[in-house]
Design a protein around this ligand. Structure first.
Ligand code: V47
Length: 360
């Protein structure tokens, strides 16, 4: 028996993967076998369900104090493609979703050079006034760390202010790659891995659930992806605060690492399956359809993913600017249901915290 086969048998028996075994499985197991293992694990956790929500993104600005090499979204202040919404403009966007049944607003943007913590608390309060029943999933750990430091507060104090204003969850962005050496090459001036973890750990301790991401398919090796997943698994063992893990494929259009190219479909599928297997303590693996495109997302459902994110309604530019297929990303409820059914599953609407929503 080959080594990967022996590891696969241990995984099936429920044994936790070590970094060494994960590397062998990742590099040597046939794709179909990884699919089988990941699907088995997914079905143990979420049966035949595929989760989605009704959401939209609010991206108030693409100005940013950081200059990440992989980012296609940021623009300098004087660029004709820069935007910087006033509070009133941002609230106009929010108001356009009144009565549409959305349950989540995902607020994320560049790290604005001037706005601070009080401004963002005010933003959250105003969103809540307009859409009182939505959950606000707001600001990456990097944005949070920056605004809280700027306010001269401890992380837990700053988070508490945002929670008091109505922040309900934290998205997974800003994680990129935790290995400090690779991170320093792709986003040298960005907030650190330690900052990212401090924000998520402190949020979990304050009762706030969050997501986690990885940006893969650039200059990192599989070992770095495994290290990233292991660091997340360790924190999850301690806090149980992560809801979902979202692998984000590096898209190469219009940024300063464009010459690298994009990784293959099979690499995407192996990454999804291995994420499902390594993160045995994270309930959901999200195939973010806006980033993969709809076809790969459908395949992803047979590689361990149990969530596709939401309807989006053409409200995010991060991926369209980075070269994603859908330049006006939106998905109807019907499309999501049909996609799940095509692979033998059932689409279930959820809220941000994965409570199931029955609209009948
Ligand atoms: O942190 C930026 C990534 C992230 C590129 O928590 C890129 O539910 C690929 O985190 N190619 C922001 N990726 C988006 C994000 C997210 C998205 C959907 C759902 C959730 C959630 C979180 O986008 C950034 C960065 O890792 N990103 N540029 C690019 N060229």
């Amino acid at each position: 028996m080959q080594k990967w086969e022996e590891i696969a048998l241990r995984v099936r028996a429920g044994e936790r993967l070590s970094s060494e075994d994960a590397l062998i499985l990742w590099q040597q197991a046939p794709l179909w076998r990884l699919a089988e293992l990941a699907v088995e694990r997914k079905e143990k956790i979420s049966g035949n369900k595929i989760f989605y929500n009704r959401n939209f993104h609010l991206e108030p600005t693409n100005l940013c104090v950081f200059n990440c090499k992989f980012c296609s979204f940021r623009r300098p202040k004087n660029s004709p493609e820069a935007w910087d919404m006033s509070m009133a403009e941002a609230m106009e966007v929010v108001r356009s979703y009144e009565g549409k049944g959305v349950t989540e607003v995902h607020i994320v943007g560049g790290v604005h050079p001037e706005h601070g913590l009080d401004y963002y608390c005010d933003m959250i309060r105003r969103v809540k006034e307009i859409l009182p029943d939505v959950t606000i999933k707001a600001f990456t750990a990097i944005e949070l760390s920056y605004m809280i430091q700027k306010a001269g507060l401890k992380v837990e104090e700053g988070l508490q202010k945002l929670i008091d204003a109505g922040m309900g969850s934290i998205p997974g962005g800003g994680a990129e790659i935790f290995d400090e050496q690779i991170r320093s090459q792709i986003c040298p001036d960005k907030g650190s891995t330690a900052e990212w973890f401090e924000v998520h750990e402190k949020a979990h301790r304050l009762g706030i659930k969050s997501n986690a991401t990885i940006l893969y398919g650039h200059i990192e090796r599989i070992e770095h992806r495994i290290d990233h997943l292991m660091r997340l698994r360790d924190l999850q063992d301690r806090t149980e605060g992560f809801n979902a893990f979202i692998p984000l494929k590096y898209r190469n259009f219009g940024n300063s690492m464009s010459e690298i190219g994009e990784t293959s479909l099979t690499d995407d599928l192996r990454t999804l399956a291995m994420s499902r297997l390594i993160l045995d303590n994270v309930p959901h693996i999200k195939a973010y359809w806006v980033m993969y495109g709809k076809q790969t997302t459908e395949l992803a459902l047979k590689f361990g993913a149990d969530d596709v994110d939401g309807t989006i309604d053409d409200s995010t530019k991060i991926y369209s600017m980075a070269g994603a297929d859908d330049q006006k990303p939106r998905m109807t409820i019907e499309e999501i249901h049909q996609m799940a059914e095509r692979v033998g599953y059932r689409a279930v609407e959820r809220d941000t915290l994965y409570n199931e929503i029955n609209r009948e």
